[in-house]
Structure formats: C-alpha cells, structure tokens
Design a protein around this ligand. Structure first.
Ligand SMILES: [Zn+2]
Ligand SMILES: [Zn+2]
Length: 144
C-alpha cells in the first residue's frame, strides 16, 4: 500500500476512535475509495466505483456515510457550480481549479491567499475556519 493511503487510513482510524464512530467494513471501504481517488468524485461516481467490490451498497448509504465523514472533518466538499457535490479526503490547505467544459477539478496551492488577512468588513463576522478559492476556466485540452 502506498504511503499516502496508509497515512490517510491511519488518520481515519484515529479520528473514528476519538469520535466514537464504529469502523464498519462499509465505512472503511468508502473512505478508502475516496482516499485513493485523485479526481474529487461525486457521491454517484464514488458509488459506481464501490459497486465493484460491494455490489449491494446503496447510493443512499454512500450519501449518509459521506455526511458522517464531513461532520467529523475527515473529508471535505469541493464547492462547484454544479448541483452534485464533489468530495475529497480533507488534507492540507489547498484551492481548486475547475474546467467548466470537462468539469475536471485540479488542486493547487496558493500561499499568498492562505496567509492574507481577510477584509476588515468581515472581521466582525466571528470565527473563521478555512479559506478556499475556486478558479474557473477552460483547460488546454478543452481549448483545442
Ligand atoms: Zn477541460
Ligand atoms: Zn482538492
């Protein structure tokens, strides 16, 4: 197993134990499939992939499980303009670049944004957890 995956699984196990969430084979498989994905899949896409190994798994279970993982901060949702949410395993701060034609989502880092202060007018809002930027455009392949 590669290092990134085993690290992610370790964090998963630790978080579940801390938050008192039982690690069922189903939950583990769903998390693992998402941890392996590099394309920020939607719940539907993830479900399709999981069906190969778990033919009786329902889409509803995938939705519910992803909801639980979100609450625990194990995964995060990528904001897109589509109605379908896209998911990824929560990790270090990064931002997203989305091709509006082929819908691919690419991670990128943007230190200046991460370190920049928020505008004065929103300082009074309360507490801030994270900043995330989504950049939309057309990728090179789609431009051809
Ligand atoms: Zn594209
Ligand atoms: Zn990402």
């Amino acid at each position: 197993m590669d290092l990134i995956l085993s690290k992610r699984l370790e964090l998963f196990t630790r978080t579940c134990r801390e938050k008192d969430l039982r690690i069922t084979p189903q939950r583990l498989e769903i998390f693992k499939q998402l941890a392996l994905a590099v394309d920020h899949p939607s719940a539907e896409k993830l479900h399709q992939r999981l069906l190969e190994r778990m033919p009786t798994l329902s889409l509803d279970t995938v939705y519910r499980t992803l909801g639980t993982f979100l609450e625990l901060g194990l995964i995060s949702k990528v904001e897109t303009v589509e109605s379908q949410a896209h998911f990824e395993v929560a990790e270090m701060q990064h931002h997203h670049l989305i091709c509006q034609k082929c819908k691919k989502i690419i991670d990128f880092e943007w230190k200046q944004v991460d370190e920049a202060d928020l505008p004065d007018e929103i300082q009074l809002f309360g507490n801030f957890k994270r900043k995330s930027v989504v950049v939309y455009g057309t990728c090179r392949e789609c431009m051809e």
